[in-house]
Design a protein around this ligand. Structure first.
Ligand SMILES: [Zn+2]
Length: 528
């Protein structure tokens, strides 16, 4: 039996490694160019990888050996478990693979090439965001917001079809639907997750209401309208997933004329982590046709790590670059001697936790002065505003994440349901926004993750909880992050080095000395 495990691991790595490398290169090519040929290649490479994992014999063997506890040591056991989970996620026939990859490629192409139209003019996402964030004209932001939703109507039917296809594969394996299958095979207990989210809903309700009441007053004043006239387009972004400009201090002013790449490099230098190689391979600035989001990709688990960004000299893009590089340093400092299957972060939520923690440095008083070069006389005022903004971000994101997670559960429960109406019901309930009168349309489908990163959003919220727990621990270890190589060394030793050797629950406990504890996050957002 022991030999069976060893053989299974060897044959899996031999098969999957070249397919993974081909896929990541095709994905990079497609995201950086938006070209139809590159998208076709990405689709084929993705299908090849899915086909590999779909092999029912590999799945059955991994499942049997894993259940029998056939591995000889923990390293082998974890590799075996990861093979089983990857194979189980991918159990589907050739027709399903073809359908899924074709639909995803079509939808991806539409998102990449979509530019919202206002009065016949095509606007990039960055331009729409700028109008939403800065304009004082309610009619103008309404137009920009409506333009940002146009992509929803273009992809909605395909997104429903994706949900049907994903569901039928999950049901053939005995799962309730794709939502349940995804969580279970991501080692997240659905009942625990929803009970945790329920407690977060309760813990954030009053602080969120107080914050939102303030925001409503500020937004009404900003637009020169009554608070009762505020609609979703008046909150500064497309989904109210982040706070609009708050108070008198505009954090963007600090970043004018400064290159986010330089600030990021000095941030990571201060932690004793070198990101020059990563930045050198990355694609940092906006271009037509290019993916307008941001991501980080480890192309081979041998050091070829890159990030895609669309940098602008403002707070948001500085935060985003630090975030993506957080993913990158985690990948970079995973112990290189680990077996290939374990040379990656413990879990998606673990790498999100690090990325969120690094992005949050843009709210840190020491960072604002020492790295961003804010004048010391301004430091107190700026850092107070930054702290308030960080707290607002966490509260607003939590309420938004409740919308996303509840929506996705309902989407997979019944893809034929009245999703347009359901979406606005959740937005009203958790984000406490007013549904625009007479609005009809699949606004849910304008959110990229619903279509192309399904059942992913919970990882961000869980990541936020882990971030707060890690921040507490690092404060005790090193007194903070900025300019403290000992904080970087602690992260490398306790969080990064072990890669995927341990499941995420155990990894959190091993790193911080206690299991996941949402109280660190709750305390931070309650302002205690
Ligand atoms: Zn991330």
């Amino acid at each position: 039996m022991a030999n069976d495990v060893e053989n299974l691991i060897r044959s899996t790595v031999e098969g999957v490694r070249p397919l993974y490398v081909a896929y990541t290169h095709a994905m990079w090519e497609s995201a950086t160019t938006g070209a139809a040929g590159a998208s076709k290649k990405e689709q084929e490479a993705q299908a090849a990888l899915m086909r590999f994992w779909a092999d029912p014999e590999r799945h059955a063997l991994a499942k049997r050996l894993d259940a029998a506890g056939a591995a000889r040591d923990p390293i082998e056991a974890r590799q075996l478990r990861l093979i089983y989970l990857s194979a189980a996620k991918a159990q589907q026939d050739e027709e399903t693979i073809q359908k899924l990859t074709r639909l995803e490629a079509e939808v991806r192409q539409k998102y990449y090439n979509f530019r919202g139209k206002v009065g016949g003019e095509e606007l990039s996402d960055n331009r729409l965001d700028e109008i939403l964030a800065k304009s004082k004209n309610s009619a103008e932001v309404r137009e920009a917001w409506e333009a940002s939703k146009q992509v929803g109507a273009e992809v909605a039917e395909q997104v429903r079809e994706l949900a049907r296809v994903r569901n039928s594969a999950a049901r053939a394996q005995g799962f309730r639907d794709h939502f349940q299958r995804s969580l279970a095979l991501d080692e997240i207990d659905e009942a625990e997750l929803f009970s945790l989210f329920e407690s977060l809903e309760q813990a954030t309700r009053e602080p969120f209401r107080a914050l939102k009441a303030n925001l409503d007053r500020e937004r009404a004043r900003h637009f020169g309208i009554r608070a009762s006239g505020l609609r979703p387009w008046n909150y500064g972004d497309r989904f109210f997933q982040a706070p609009p400009q708050m108070g008198e201090v505009n954090l963007d002013e600090i970043f004018a004329g400064k290159d986010p790449g330089v600030l990021a490099q000095s941030t990571y230098d201060g932690l004793g982590m070198d990101v020059r190689d990563i930045l050198g391979r990355s694609d940092l600035y906006a271009r037509p046709g290019k993916n307008q989001h941001a991501f980080c990709l480890d192309l081979d688990r041998e050091g070829d790590i890159r990030t895609l960004n669309n940098l602008e000299p403002n707070h948001r893009w500085n935060q985003t670059l630090l975030h993506e590089l957080g993913h990158a340093v985690y990948d970079k400092y995973v112990e290189a001697t680990l077996p290939w299957l374990l040379r990656k972060p413990s879990h998606t939520l673990s790498t999100e936790a690090i990325a969120l923690m690094m992005g949050a440095l843009t709210f840190d008083q020491e960072w604002l002065v020492q790295v961003a070069g804010a004048p010391a006389s301004e430091a107190e005022r700026l850092s107070r505003a930054a702290r308030e903004r960080e707290r607002a971000e966490r509260l607003i994101f939590t309420r938004w994440c409740l919308v996303m997670t509840h929506f996705e559960r309902a989407l997979y429960e019944d893809p034929e349901g009245d999703l347009d109406n359901l979406w606005w019901g959740l937005v009203e309930k958790y984000q406490e926004l007013r549904r625009p009168e007479g609005r009809r349309g699949p606004d849910w489908a304008a959110k990229y993750h619903v279509a192309l990163a399904p059942v992913y959003y919970q990882n961000y919220e869980l990541g936020h909880l882990v971030t707060a727990q890690l921040q507490d621990r690092i404060r005790k270890e090193a007194g903070g992050m900025v300019g403290r190589p000992e904080a970087g060394a602690w992260l490398r030793e306790h969080v990064f080095r072990t890669g995927a050797r341990e499941a995420w629950t155990r990894h959190v406990e091993a790193a911080t000395g206690e299991p996941l504890n949402p109280q660190y996050f709750v305390r931070a957002v309650s302002g205690q």
